[in-house]
Design a protein around this ligand. Structure first.
Ligand SMILES: C[S@@+](CC[C@H](N)C(=O)[O-])C[C@H]1O[C@@H](n2cnc3c(N)ncnc32)[C@H](O)[C@@H]1O
Length: 226
């Protein structure tokens, strides 16, 4: 099994977001996130997404009347801010989630989706309490963990892992969410198998070879008790 240095991830995402001319790298919302949206009251309110990418989830939250804050380790909304009027008022901060401390009990809606699988177990224990404490009492949270994850390079077929990731099984992810969300009422637990080939853009300037991954998103929708 090849182990790839995860420091290339920043460069990889930077190239992908810069190369997507129309501003949307990820396209359609996931079904579980749509269900989460349906469960939310309409805004006004404050919404924060950690690892917000091109802002597709934030756009949906803006349509529901929420004011937006987004954090990403790269300038991920560089194109979408130009093309997407829903992101015009986005308060975007480029920083690593590991170094970011969201204000305590300040958000009506908090999302961290398709990101947590990049953290080691130790980092998850550091990040999750910060995320949870940023939700207002009565506020809503959507989290997911890509579990049972495998990747292989398309040309050689060689499997690889990042040097820095938790590598959780579905059962472990479910257990973590149960343990972390003690102050919340969990109202939806979902599993969604996905398989994707990367890169998503036409960028010809990427730091690793094209690869395919597959895994199961374990996701949770929950509301913080008052
Ligand atoms: C697969 S994308 C998901 C984007 C968005 N959440 C969505 O669902 O459309 C993962 C994003 O997480 C960001 N990311 C990964 N690790 C991060 C970290 N430690 N701090 C901040 N952002 C991070 C990446 O730059 C990338 O934009």
């Amino acid at each position: 099994m090849k182990v790839v240095n995860s420091c290339v991830l920043k460069e990889w995402y930077d190239s992908e977001y810069s190369a997507c001319d129309n501003g949307t790298l990820f396209g359609e919302l996931r079904g579980e996130f749509k269900q989460f949206l349906d469960s939310l009251p309409d805004g006004p309110g404050q919404a924060l997404e950690l690892g917000c990418g091109d802002g597709r989830n934030l756009t949906a939250l803006a349509r529901k009347g929420y004011s937006l804050s987004g954090v990403d380790m790269v300038d991920s909304t560089v194109q979408s801010r130009k093309h997407n009027p829903w992101l015009r008022e986005l308060n975007f901060q480029q920083t690593d989630i590991l170094n970011y401390l969201p204000a305590h009990e300040s958000y009506d809606v908090l999302v961290c989706s398709e990101v947590l699988h990049f953290f080691t177990r130790e980092e998850l224990l550091q990040v999750i309490p910060k995320i949870i404490s940023a939700v207002k009492p009565g506020g809503y949270i959507f989290l997911d963990l890509l579990s049972d994850l495998t990747r292989y390079f398309q040309e050689s077929g060689e499997p690889f892992i990042w040097d820095k990731e938790a590598g959780l099984s579905i059962q472990e992810s479910e257990g973590f969410f149960d343990a972390w969300l003690g102050d919340f009422d969990i109202y939806s637990f979902n599993k969604f198998f996905d398989k994707q080939s990367w890169p998503l853009s036409n960028s010809d300037n990427l730091p690793i070879d094209p690869y395919t991954w597959q895994g199961t998103y374990v996701s949770v929708c929950a509301r913080k008790r008052q």
